[in-house]
Design a protein around this ligand. Sequence first.
Ligand code: PEP
Ligand code: MG
Length: 874
Amino acid sequence: MTKYVYAFDEGQKDMKDLLGGKGANLSEMKRLGLPVPDGLTITTEACIDYLKQNETLSSEVIEQLTKQLDAFSNRTGKSFSSDENLLLVSVRSGAKISMPGMMDTILNLGLNDENVKKLADKTGDARFAYDCYRRLLQMFGEVVYGISMSAFDTYFNAFKAQHGYDNDADISAEGLQDICERYKAIYTEEVYKPFPQDPKKQLLEAVEAVFRSWDNDRARVYRDLNEIPHDIGTAVNIQEMVFGNSGPKSGTGVAFTRDPGTGEARLFGEYLLNAQGEDVVAGIRTPQDISTLKDQMPHVHQEFVEVSQQLETHYKDMQDIEFTIENEKLYILQTRNGKRTAKAAVNIAVDLVEEGILTKEEAVTKVDVKSIDTLLHPTFKEEALEVAEVVSKAGLPASPGAATGKIVFSAEEAKLRASAGEKVILMRPETSPEDIEGMIASEAIVTTHGGMTSHAAVVARGMGKCCVTGCSDLDINTIEKTITYQGHTLHENDVVSVDGSKGDIYLGEVETTNAEHSPSFEQLMQWAEEIARLKVRMNAETKPDIKMGYQFNATGIGLVRTEHMFFGAERLIEMRRFILSSDDTTRIQALNQIRSYQTEDFEAIFRLSGERPTIVRLLDPPLHEFLPKSEEEIQNVSQQLGISDIQLKQRIDELHETNPMLGHRGCRLAITYPELYVMQVEAIMTSVLRLKEEGVICQPEIMIPLVSTVEEFNTLKSQITDAIHTLETENNQKLPYLIGTMIETPRACMIADQLAEVCDFFSFGTNDLTQLTYGFSRDDAGKFINDYLNHNILEVDPFQTIDVDGVGAMIRTAVAQAKTVNPSIKIGVCGELGGDPKSIHHFNGLQIDYVSCSPFRVPGAILATAQSEAESRR
Ligand code: PEP
Ligand code: MG
């Protein structure tokens, strides 16, 4: 029989698939003897079954739950019907991978008209009891019956205003009792049924609602964004309530064991006295810094410090801990690996190695490769900040970054405007989980309420998005669409700049500067390089890009796309002269001119590369890409070349192809025009000779693209080597070089053994290989690939992440064949997949030597290769 319900003491931390992250960690903490309120977890399997069976709880689940509840009652000595020892519980979602705020939670479950009186009698605090009841009524109404939050809030706020109450805490017990009565009436008005008085019924309905919340829109969007599968379901945790709102010696809070913004090793968090969990997360009341707990309740603070250290060492990672204090007794309600900025992730990983908690191998796996991007991106220039007009400096640095954009006041507006290509800053009193898509679409998020653990802060940090919270000196009016600050007013569309690292807002656009690497980043990357087996080269041809790639420690160049060097005006005209004229002398002159440009270009590239291997790919694109397109261009070009419009148009027509990407391109060009590749090879070798005279030794690797037959390769190779021999003889010296091919067609994969016999190296061009394997045009697939993803026909876009079964299998076969006949052949990957972490993981499992990607992706690729290697050694 499948076990669907586990008591906390039956689980442990490795059972996340079944118990979810929260459930597994609650069990683990119970095992460690930490002060965790007792409870049960209903498994993710029960959720998956529930959703599959048209949202019905199976009798097995209900039976097991009933039995486990009885045992739970026996353990705690409490029950839903006891006068003396009343059981109240929280019901919370908890997926394997944490999805903060995306699914639902219900607190104080078990209260009803009877039990609220018992709670009041037992605690001698009617105000507290009715406060709990009104919270349950509201949460249950929203989560289980879908009653809108505003139905309750409008009444609550009107009640406060009518009685002149500023704070929730000012409302009397009688007032709260009235509010509860009104809330119950809202049920009948909105959903035509009363609030269920039977606690068992409440519980079953709550469990079902949490299961259903797995599939709500915001949870789906969050999962898409974070690449979390949709079919793993959530667990539900039912836990005995402890009350942070039971008086001035009670409270609730969230704390990180290190600063999640910077990684600094200090307890970082907030709490609210006399409050329940949602008050902190929702950011409605502004909480106090955790350090002040030392003055309020020193022994609770001390105990919390000890527990947090114990948890961090046990989990070998920075923890995000939820706690509640009930009458000066500390309870831990949750622990998980804390979300953090990229900067913090790097600092924490390095510190934990230095503190002896992590090995270097473990440390490199702690940093999310995708987040590395944010370390490489700009911040505001100090000089520009000094003269910029300050809108607010009162905010909290919730998530670092520097962003400029136009103000918008709602998530919908943000989404709409961003999809029209505008850069927007979402500014709101606070955000809620429904705002997720608008947050994704915005450059930055600013809120006036809430602390460092509010929804906006947590979600933005997770996304690596710039965010400032708690800008209490701004008055944001989302109805009027205005923001008032220091006597000034901002309107929709006004431009502001947001500094998420400092928590500041400026008027207008502020100039940015490039990111600087921290010593920890350098250290982590050094470990990554030590651990990585695959080398990482760059795809680059311009000087700034090459310099950047080498700053990021690329080990060479994996792809110089020579066609990128033909688009300067003076080069283009010579190329056009070569392609378009029918007179041989003119064509040779043009080629000579191009040769001298190319020699200069290659000289610059090899000078930067020095001894590092540099692959130059010979011309690849179809020739028509170099031709004039508009009527005006055609006129100009015909004049420049001294031929008539008619002749030019005729030649353009001759070169027209229906499917140019499958047409006259790659090595096929050189079969027709051998002089093209010969010219390029002469330019490469001439530049190598020039540099040699200066004492610079280079390692040129000449690459022939789009080969499908060994005869193609052999024909071109012999022309190339002839040209090189001539140069060697003329200069009376041996030149260093390798000649290899790109593997970009399925046929090339299938004859890899034949090619390997005559090639010095292979480089898999996964862009073309994917295009040709699927028959998906790489230029047109964007139009339909989303439909494939939305219908789950494809799990990932194969142009971004390797298709393991198809393209991946083809590469695997080709590598194996090649190595059999030529064990020393060098093999790399230079398509886009060469910079994608998941694809890199696949490539690391093959006998290849390197991946190559654009310079900005180099650090991420190094880290990904190290992570893959570290994982494979575990
Ligand atoms: C490839 O096809 O993967 C490749 C690197 O070449 P290009 O993208 O230039 O066609
Ligand atoms: Mg290609």
